[in-house]
Design a protein around this ligand. Structure first.
Ligand SMILES: [Zn+2]
Length: 101
C-alpha cells in the first residue's frame, strides 16, 4: 500500500480505518502503538506479536519510521556519552540531603 502520511491526512487514515484496511486498531491506532512501545521494540523487549505489528507498520508509515529512526539514533548517542563520576564529597553531600541530615 502506498505511503499515507498519517499526521497530515487524518481524514484518509480514519476513513481507511473504518473500512478495515488497516486492521483492528486503524492506522492512527497503530501509530500510537508504535510510539508507546518503540523503546521496548528497539531494546528487543517487545513480544513477538507486538514486534511483528510494529515491523509491518514501519514498512508502510514513513512518520513512524522517522520517529523510530530518531529514537534509535538518540539512544545510540546517549550510550556513547562518557560516564562521569562525581567527586566523593558531592556524593556524600547528596547522600546526607537524601537522608534528611
Ligand atoms: Zn505510523
Amino acid at each position: 500500500m502506498a505511503f499515507l502520511p498519517c499526521a497530515r491526512m487524518p481524514q484518509v487514515s480514519a476513513a481507511l480505518g473504518i473500512l478495515g484496511l488497516f486492521g483492528r486498531r486503524g492506522h492512527r491506532g497503530q501509530c500510537q502503538e508504535v510510539h508507546d512501545h518503540a523503546s521496548d521494540y528497539l531494546d528487543g523487549d517487545a513480544t513477538p506479536s507486538l514486534a511483528e505489528r510494529i515491523r509491518l507498520h514501519l514498512a508502510e508509515c514513513q512518520d513512524c519510521n522517522g520517529f523510530v529512526a530518531t529514537l534509535r539514533a538518540t539512544v545510540a548517542a546517549l550510550r556513547n556519552l562518557p560516564v562521569k563520576t562525581p567527586p566523593e564529597s558531592t556524593v556524600e553531600r547528596v547522600r546526607r540531603i537524601a537522608q534528611g541530615d
